[in-house]
Write a protein that binds this ligand. Structure first.
Ligand SMILES: Nc1ncnc2c1ncn2[C@@H]1O[C@H](COP(=O)(O)OP(=O)(O)O)[C@@H](O)[C@H]1O
Ligand SMILES: CC(C)(COP(=O)(O)O)[C@@H](O)C(=O)NCCC(=O)O
Ligand SMILES: [K+]
Length: 244
């Protein structure tokens, strides 16, 4: 059994895998990291490996305490990945994006793939049919948009996610919901349309905390898989073991 841990900028997601099956998923806050992992290991004492991808503030040292019990692997740019990295600054590419690209390459062989991760940020990652990672885009995620409007203005309230009634918002709250949610949806549909002009065919993988909310609102039909990063961590780790 493998315990995978994804440390994002908002929260931590974890899952226990047996082969390719996720047995249980967990979501928690970074201040609960050690306590939650202890609890998971108590429930799944057969975990032999702990595999981590972190773009958050948590570093490898936080996992030292588990090293006497199981094999700990903290993914870095030095690991082997199943694609060629064509990013001009490969060392600054987010490790979460590398794991997503790894999972997309392994799960959907020999085809163009676009991965959209709607988390703290929205990230777009394109891996072509020859397994070249080309890059993509980074923009503010849903919650970040609500928070930025509030934090950088004097008069805009901090709202929580709500589906707008209309794109013509007729009040301050409705105008904010329209701007944030419709802007978010139009951005993603717009990006997909642009990619379609350049690449005739590609599979789209949509993941992240806002994937489900988003999927039903897009003009393009895409199935959301909120678990794709953890699945990719599990698969990219297997790939690393087989190819090291
Ligand atoms: N309970 C929740 N707590 C925080 N964010 C949530 C929650 N439910 C949905 N979200 C949405 O999920 C996004 C964070 O997604 P997630 O994939 O967990 O991010 P990250 O990997 O960057 O930590 C937020 O922008 C927010 O809009
Ligand atoms: C873009 C990100 C902040 C996304 O983080 P997330 O939304 O998953 O928490 C992360 O992938 C990152 O720190 N990237 C480094 C810059 C880059 O990928 O080019
Ligand atoms: K993201």
């Amino acid at each position: 059994m493998i315990l995978t841990v994804d440390i994002g900028n908002t929260r931590i997601k974890a899952a226990v895998f047996e082969g390719n099956n996720a047995l249980e998923n967990f979501i928690f806050d970074k201040n609960e990291l050690e306590k939650k992992i202890e609890k998971i290991l108590k429930k799944f004492p057969n975990c032999s490996d702990l595999v981590v991808a972190s773009v958050g503030s948590i570093e490898k040292q936080s996992f030292l305490t588990f090293e006497n019990r199981l094999k700990v692997h903290f993914f870095t740019h030095e690991d082997v990945f199943p694609f060629q990295n064509k990013y001009a600054t490969p060392k600054t590419l987010g490790i979460d994006r590398m794991i997503l690209a790894g999972g997309a390459t392994l799960q959907f062989p020999k085809q163009n793939r676009l991965v959209i991760d709607a988390g703290t940020c929205i990230t777009y990652d394109f891996i072509d049919e020859n397994d070249n990672y080309l890059g993509g885009a980074i923009s503010p995620g849903l919650r970040l948009r609500y928070e930025s409007l509030h934090n950088f203005t004097a008069r805009l309230p901090l709202l929580t996610l709500e589906a707008p009634d209309n794109y013509v918002g007729n009040s301050t709250p409705q105008a904010i919901h329209s701007g944030v949610v419709n802007g978010f949806v139009y951005e993603i549909d717009g990006f997909i349309d642009e990619y379609r002009k350049e690449f005739s065919n590609f599979i789209i993988i949509l993941t992240g905390g806002d994937a489900e909310f988003l999927a039903k609102r897009l003009k393009n039909t895409i199935f959301a898989n909120s678990n794709f990063l953890l699945e990719s961590l599990n698969q990219t780790y297997q790939y690393k073991i087989d190819n090291d």
